[in-house]
Design a protein around this ligand. Structure first.
Ligand SMILES: N[C@@H](CCC(=O)N[C@@H](CS)C(=O)NCC(=O)O)C(=O)O
Length: 219
């Protein structure tokens, strides 16, 4: 299928998600590799597309969609096929997939890792959002606590969160695990082997390269 896709954004744990999904699906796309906190998200052109001035942002013909988890879910639904489908078809499995996606973006990303990022000084944005060492420490503990949910699931030996099928929930979780390691929070053993599996995928490698500023090449 020929699509007319433009992805805005590069260089962050959120922007790699759509880059990765686009490569998993084998879709050609153009990139506007704008970066956060450079002023590039504040231009009139970008603000007209994204009033909240956030990357990633995807344009697909007349559709403009933000929020990394929503973008990858959209791509999966719109461009998945018999060969590669990043979203479960069966309604019961779809419900569990949805639960994983919401859990990861709310509990692991927004409530834990992003709190550490906003209020930390090490690799953090405390200079913008306020320095709160106690909050950062508790957010890290909360991440580890919530990761139990992932650990219990992965301990049964499944390849991916949904079993044999690799889905966008794995894209979200992988990026959070890498983020957690980078922040020194640490992850559980079952997540270590899971991470080796997900990051060995061709789609991840290509997505990671495309996400590095200046590194995009369409599949
Ligand atoms: N929940 C959003 C978060 C997006 C977000 O916060 N993006 C940051 C970069 S990771 C951003 O665009 N910041 C704008 C700026 O700092 O200029 C998502 O997952 O897409």
């Amino acid at each position: 299928m020929t699509a007319n896709l433009i992805l805005w954004g590069a260089g962050t744990s959120r922007t790699i998600r759509p880059h990765w999904a686009l490569h998993e699906l084998g879709l050609a796309y153009d990139v506007r590799p704008i970066l956060p906190r450079t002023g590039e998200t504040k231009t009139a052109e970008f603000t007209a597309l994204s009033p909240r001035q956030k990357i990633p942002l995807l344009q697909d013909e007349e559709l403009t969609i933000g929020e990394s988890a929503a973008i990858v879910a959209y791509l999966a639904r719109r461009y998945g096929n018999g060969e590669i489908s990043l979203i479960p078809d069966d309604p019961m499995l779809y419900a569990k997939w949805l639960e994983w996606c919401f859990f990861i973006v709310t509990e692991l990303d927004s409530t834990s890792l992003y709190v550490m990022r906003r209020h930390g000084t090490v690799k953090g944005l405390a200079h913008l959002y306020g320095h709160a060492p106690d909050v950062v420490q508790r957010a890290g503990e909360y991440f580890r606590d919530q990761l139990r949910n992932v650990d219990v699931a992965l301990r049964d030996g499944r390849s991916y969160l949904m079993g044999d099928q690799f889905t966008t929930a794995d894209i979200l979780l992988t990026t959070c695990l890498i983020w957690a390691i980078d922040y020194g929070v640490g992850i559980c053993d079952s997540a270590e082997s899971y991470l080796s599996r997900t990051t060995a995928r061709d789609g991840y490698r290509a997505g990671e390269k495309a996400n590095s500023p200046g590194g995009h090449a369409s599949p």
